[in-house]
Design a protein around this ligand. Structure first.
Ligand code: SAH
Ligand code: SF4
Ligand code: F3S
Length: 441
């Protein structure tokens, strides 16, 4: 078989990262070896995201940069994949001439056949149809050598139609993989040395709804808890409306489940939450937080926030700030509302001026940084269980791992500890990480 090089650039969320891994596996079968050097590539794939306008701009500017390589090498094949490809389809060709192939989020499994067709006739190929089955999720992508933690897709798509969000239009309806498929994949990952799995879906709390043989998310977690070589379980993303008491209880009862939940709230104003079609009010969200903290007092809670949603008044925004003051999240990802075509929010009145959005976001982030710092400082002197993931980026002698709360911990140690759980006494809490000293392993 002829040897060729593949370069993939990935934007967006973990789903896209996962999809890119699957693309690499599929292409290996037809002779493509992955490279980090785009100049060496015979095939370039850009896996794009569409969640906010900025993500789209980034994808196109990167495409523009990579297209220059085609001027030097006319045999180079360039493919445009992912959520933005799903949306634009053939329109990509009119924006950027030399693109050979455009394929959407449900067509990854067809990649080898698409590439072969391009190689044969140099004809443009576009595949953005939706399928009623999960195809590519069944492709096993071996984790990179030395990995300790891995994501496992348990479902695809989303049925929630939050008013601001494009995902349901780009990833299709929600579909769950069978528990058998998921367990088989996790057992395989364990053979490769994986100790921690993060179960991945847009709304993992509703896992199993469409399965023929019923299995809900709690049952799935309990099954995974029994897999011997897996030591930690995490999941993302949870939707507050579907967070059941049974799942909350798991944080107290399921030994391998880490005490961290990412529970995006988006706004502290019930009026805005309603306009967002989130399916819960601010007080219902507060109740869920109370229950989580009752069941598991040390649980770490992170969230997502959007500022400047259409019609968001100063008072609505203040409710978000008040909520953050009351709950004190461990960390928050926050965004300026970005209008997406085709979404319900695009039709709503009351656009918030850009400068106002910027100012709201800045103040919100400053507040959250304060909370995050306070929480991390409060951990000084505590002992944390850390799963060692690898060498620290900052120093050769340091190792890096995560505490059960998802915080990054750096400490001095030997590379032989990678993949092991160790106890680290925290000496310093920074904004983005903790530093400590190993006390035993
Ligand atoms: N399924 C997940 C995550 C979806 S995307 C969930 O429901 O939480 C990740 C985050 O991007 C969202 O939580 C939201 O905060 C943000 N986001 C999505 N669409 C957006 C938009 N149009 N403008 C700004 N932020 C957006
Ligand atoms: Fe988007 Fe809402 Fe689905 Fe999350 S739950 S992917 S925010 S529509
Ligand atoms: Fe982006 Fe698609 Fe993920 S829009 S956030 S890559 S599901």
């Amino acid at each position: 078989m002829e040897h060729r090089y593949l370069y993939i650039e990935t934007f967006g969320c973990q789903m896209n990262v996962h999809d890119s891994e699957q693309m690499a596996v599929l292409l290996k079968d037809i002779g493509y070896q992955q490279t980090n050097d785009s100049a060496k590539a015979d095939l370039i794939l850009i896996n794009t995201c569409s969640i906010r306008e900025k993500a789209e701009q980034k994808a196109f500017s990167e495409l523009g940069r990579l297209m220059k390589l085609k001027e030097k090498n006319s045999d180079l094949i360039v493919g445009f994949a992912g959520c933005l490809a799903q949306h634009l389809g053939r329109k990509v060709y009119s924006r950027v001439k030399g693109v050979d192939l455009v394929f959407g989020t449900h067509n990854i499994h067809r990649l080898p056949e698409m590439i072969k067709a391009v190689q044969k006739d140099r004809k443009k190929i576009t595949q953005i149809g939706f399928s009623s089955r999960i195809h590519s999720l069944g492709v096993f992508a071996p984790p990179p050598q030395g990995s300790v933690s891995s994501f496992v897709s348990i479902m695809q798509g989303c049925d929630n139609y939050c008013a601001y969000c494009v995902v349901p239009y780009l990833r299709g309806p929600e579909m769950s993989r069978t528990p058998e498929d998921i367990i088989t994949e996790i057992k395989k990952l364990a053979v490769y040395g994986i100790k921690e799995v993060t179960l991945l879906g847009q709304n993992v709390n509703s896992y199993g709804k469409n399965l023929q043989h019923k299995c809900d998310f709690v049952a799935l977690i309990k099954m995974i808890n029994e897999i011997e070589d897996i030591e930690r379980i995490r999941f993302t993303t949870s939707h507050p409306k579907d967070l059941s008491d049974e799942l909350i209880e798991c944080f107290a009862r399921v030994s391998k489940l880490c005490e961290h939940i990412h529970l995006p709230v988006q706004s502290g104003s019930s009026r805005i939450l309603k306009l967002m079609n989130r399916g819960y009010s601010a007080s219902e969200y507060f109740q869920k937080i109370d229950r989580l903290r009752k069941a598991c007092p040390k649980i770490s809670i992170t969230s997502d926030m959007i500022v400047g949603f259409p019609g968001e008044t100063e008072k609505d925004y203040q409710e978000t700030i008040d909520m953050m003051e009351k709950i004190r999240f461990d960390s928050v990802f926050s965004f300026k509302y970005s209008e997406r075509r085709g979404t319900a929010a695009g039709e709503l009145p009351g656009r918030v001026p850009e400068a106002e959005k910027t100012q709201r976001l800045k103040a919100l982030q400053a507040l959250q940084d304060r909370h995050t710092q306070e929480k991390n400082t409060a951990l000084e002197g505590s002992v944390q269980e850390v799963l060692v993931e690898g060498r620290s980026r900052n120093s050769e002698q340091d190792l890096m791992g995560r505490a059960r709360s998802w915080r990054i911990v750096n400490f001095k140690g030997d590379a032989g500890l990678i993949g092991r759980k160790v106890s680290v006494e925290i000496s310093r809490g920074y904004l983005h990480s903790l530093r400590g000293k190993m006390i035993k392993n």
